[in-house]
Write a protein that binds this ligand. Structure first.
Ligand SMILES: [Fe+2]
Ligand SMILES: [Fe+2]
Length: 232
């Protein structure tokens, strides 16, 4: 077994033992989607797998535990994070796993830290984890449809013999077409990927949901939204 393989096995076992099976199944979906997105964007697929497995490893920790761990690590905290410790499961996880698995790659660590609230000017890896977390196949499809529709810009396939055939080959995503099977079998090479626009729509969807549910909105979600509005 090579070193990265051994490390990934340790990471998988750590995550599997830290969360309930339903959460682990969400994590597996995020790993699968982030791996595919990373390949489509020519990013390091192993980094996407590692960040995918670790992004929610502390999701089931109590809010009070996350706040005290954040304080131990001297993470600067705002009032909203102090009152809603669950928002810290990404940032605290990034600090813990850096030490536990000797991860020094800041792109992996930031992708884990930023996956809940997003961040202006994220690295491509952080964008991939943020989107895969929003879009994995078990998410509500009414919620994810506007994000998918923005992410997947139809592309004419190169092997069309004439204009009519090219038109027929355009892959248009419709609400009817979007289901678990479509997501599981998606070939990102059939599309141009509008990553930044999709992050904007994902932030809009998150903000709409938080407003409807009368939940607090962290200013970083707004900052992320505004950044990707201005940087499409
Ligand atoms: Fe999370
Ligand atoms: Fe997640």
């Amino acid at each position: 077994m090579t070193a990265p393989e051994a490390q990934i096995n340790n990471i998988i076992e750590f995550t599997r033992s830290s969360v309930k099976s339903k959460r682990f199944s969400h994590i597996l979906n995020v790993v699968s989607l982030s791996h595919k997105l990373a390949l489509a964007l020519n990013l390091n697929p192993t980094d996407a797998i590692i960040a995918g497995y670790l992004h929610d490893c502390l999701k089931e920790e109590k809010s009070t535990t996350l706040v005290s761990l954040a304080k131990q690590y001297q993470l600067p905290l705002d009032e909203i994070e102090l009152a809603n410790g669950h928002l810290l499961h990404g940032p605290v996880a990034s600090l813990i796993v850096a030490k536990k698995f000797n991860i020094t790659n800041t792109e992996i660590l930031n992708a884990i830290a930023y996956h809940t609230l997003g961040h202006p000017a994220m690295s491509d890896l952080a964008k991939v984890i943020f989107l895969a977390d929003c879009l994995e196949e078990d998410r509500d499809l009414d919620y994810t449809f506007p994000i998918w529709k923005t992410l997947l810009e139809p592309r004419k396939l190169a092997n069309a013999k004439n204009a009519k055939e090219a038109k027929n080959q355009i892959t248009i995503i419709s609400k009817k077409k979007l289901n678990k099977k479509f997501i599981a079998n998606i070939n990102f090479n059939d599309f141009n990927l509008n990553i930044n626009r999709a992050i904007l729509v994902a932030c809009n969807q998150n903000i709409k949901y938080l407003m409807l549910e009368n939940k607090i909105i962290h200013p970083r979600t707004i900052k992320t939204r505004n950044y990707y509005l201005q940087n499409p």
